[in-house]
Design a protein around this ligand. Structure first.
Ligand SMILES: Cc1cc2nc3c(=O)[nH]c(=O)nc-3n(C[C@H](O)[C@H](O)[C@H](O)COP(=O)(O)OP(=O)(O)OC[C@H]3O[C@@H](n4cnc5c(N)ncnc54)[C@H](O)[C@@H]3O)c2cc1C
Length: 168
């Protein structure tokens, strides 16, 4: 598969034919829940509700998984740059810990769905999420993130090898 250089492409849009959407129209006597939007959030919500025994209708205004979801790089991780230390700074440690708890639960849910539904999505396990400093001024932020993640109880390794100064 080759992709054009210099243009933002999405494998989902550029190589896949979108599944046909069903008929439009919603009968509220036929559904317990109406989910608006068939991005990853809406589809996952609908699936979990359906698995919990509810009748669900998903209404999509444009295209299935066609909006922000289209542009995801599809990494599944509970690390997000230096977000935990930013949350702690703004909202306190408990908020950062709660955010981590939700992320770890979501992470597990995605792995379980892929396994239980036997979804062929080339999910690879075991690659660590890495954040790094490109400039010496960024080292402090990386260290702060590692400290918060460690206090929360996330598995984290801080490495100053190679030392930042040898990168320039
Ligand atoms: C470049 C990029 C890379 C990313 N990489 C990652 C990554 O590696 N890992 C990761 O976990 N996340 C990543 N993300 C974030 C992730 O893609 C988004 O958080 C996620 O896709 C959001 O999904 P969503 O379903 O909430 O929204 P969307 O995908 O935007 O879906 C919302 C849907 O609702 C529909 N809609 C809106 N209003 C209505 C209405 N009134 N009626 C009916 N339908 C409606 C829209 O048409 C759309 O289809 C990335 C995002 C970007 C932009």
């Amino acid at each position: 598969m080759s992709f054009p250089v210099g243009r933002h492409i999405s494998p989902w849009v550029d190589t896949l034919t979108p599944p046909e959407l069903g008929p439009t129209g919603f009968r509220d006597d036929a559904s317990d829940v109406l989910v608006l939007g068939a991005g990853i959030t809406g589809i996952t919500t609908a699936l979990l509700l359906q698995r919990a025994g509810l009748k669900v209708t998903v209404v999509e205004a444009r295209r299935l998984a066609g909006s922000v979801t289209t542009h995801s790089t599809v990494k599944v991780t509970y690390g997000h740059g230096t977000l935990y230390s930013k949350i702690e700074q703004k909202l306190g440690f408990d908020a950062a810990a709660a955010y981590a708890e939700a992320n770890v639960a979501g992470f597990g849910e995605i792995l379980a769905l892929e396994r239980d539904l036997n979804i062929d999505c080339m999910l690879e396990r075991g690659h660590p999420h890495v954040i790094y400093a490109e400039q010496s001024e960024e080292v402090e932020a990386v260290e702060a993130e590692a400290r918060v993640a460690e206090r929360i109880g996330l598995p984290v390794t801080l490495s100053l090898d190679p030392p930042i100064r040898s990168w320039s």
